[in-house]
Design a protein around this ligand. Sequence first.
Ligand SMILES: Cc1ncc(COP(=O)(O)O)c(C=O)c1O
Length: 416
Amino acid sequence: MGRAAAVTGAATATARAKTSGQPENLPSQTVSHTEHVQEAAPAFIGWLQPLVIWQPNSWHQPIGRPCYVPRGLPSGTVPHSTQSRGDSALDRRLLLAVLPTPLEPADRLGSALGMEPGALWVKRDDVTGLGGGGNKVRKLEYLCADALARGADVLVTGGGPQSNHVRITAAAANRLGLDCAVVLAGPRPAVATGNVLLVEVLGSEVTWLGGEGSLDHYAIEAAIHEVADRLGAAGRRPYRIPVGGASAVGELGYIRAAAELREQAAVLFGDVDLVVVADGSGGTHAGLAAGLGDLSLVLGVDVGARPDLDTQVPAKAAEAAALAGLPAPAGEVRVDHGHIGPGYGAPTEDCRQAVLLAARSEGLVLDPVYTGKALAGLVAALRDGSVGPSTRTVFMHTGGMPALFAGPYAAWGRDG
Ligand SMILES: Cc1ncc(COP(=O)(O)O)c(C=O)c1O
């Protein structure tokens, strides 16, 4: 925590933190390091960052991922920021993720699930890069832009003991030269494994909440506030990020992802009938539904992180859509609560089978907390007929692999 302690303006920051818990908004120009990025982009791109140029007969293989190096930076330098030229909240982001992520066919997995060839696709948001990658990088592009615009010097967030969101937030802070303080549920483990090991390697200040480690969403949120207040009182400028990065600002990342997905799908196979995603905080689901404009196009599979997804997802989707200047999405929210098992992160047999199936049919490594349960949800939906064999389905691989290396799953690859 020493690095940013030297930052001046402590008295003002303390006053601000006491009233709002967030640093006050600063002029947006403070975000920009790389205005030239936008200038370098060809005009035909429109509002979306350039995607991928697809070779007609090689539909899984992107050719020529566009890469814009801002003027004035050495070749190969990765810009941290683009600054909006327009007024859209969708433009106020930092460049932290490797985008676009691939949209890959998964016919072997689809065939094992009884789907027709060409029906199942995987959106590889596990390979977004920063800190090992995963869905949170897209959210952090917006959240960190907001944090810098508000003059923050320390990111504060929290999650379950094996939180991917916490890992990636810690990495984003380091990438941007900020400090990071995190709250993790449960007692400090004697041996650091999976994401805990990575968070410790990344060097964040960790507050362990104690207790038996079950995920109490609201207790973690309260602890995030407490840590931010403590830092604010000590003269720091904390920026609070809710569990899962699930604010309207963070969800902009998945509104943008929905547009990216639609563009890729249009070239590869046409309209997306269904997106299947793991629901932790519900923010990814909400952003996708807002971006696609229809709640019924997204099936969220509840992993047991919060009790109120059925109301939170549509509310968050409407809020994020409004922030992006879009209408609230139509349709009914779809959340499958049938695959949580004994609780958040608890091993379940249908999750294990889903993890093994994806790994052994496609070489696709899912995780035991989120994406394994999401695939178990898709398996069940195909079985009960609520998803048909020809439904053009995109399975969101949201990352999370480090959790596989944490205790309870060590024997998952054994005995079939
Ligand atoms: C790997 C992985 N997948 C899915 C999710 C769920 O995302 P959300 O919290 O936006 O619902 C998370 C959340 O931490 C995650 O780490």
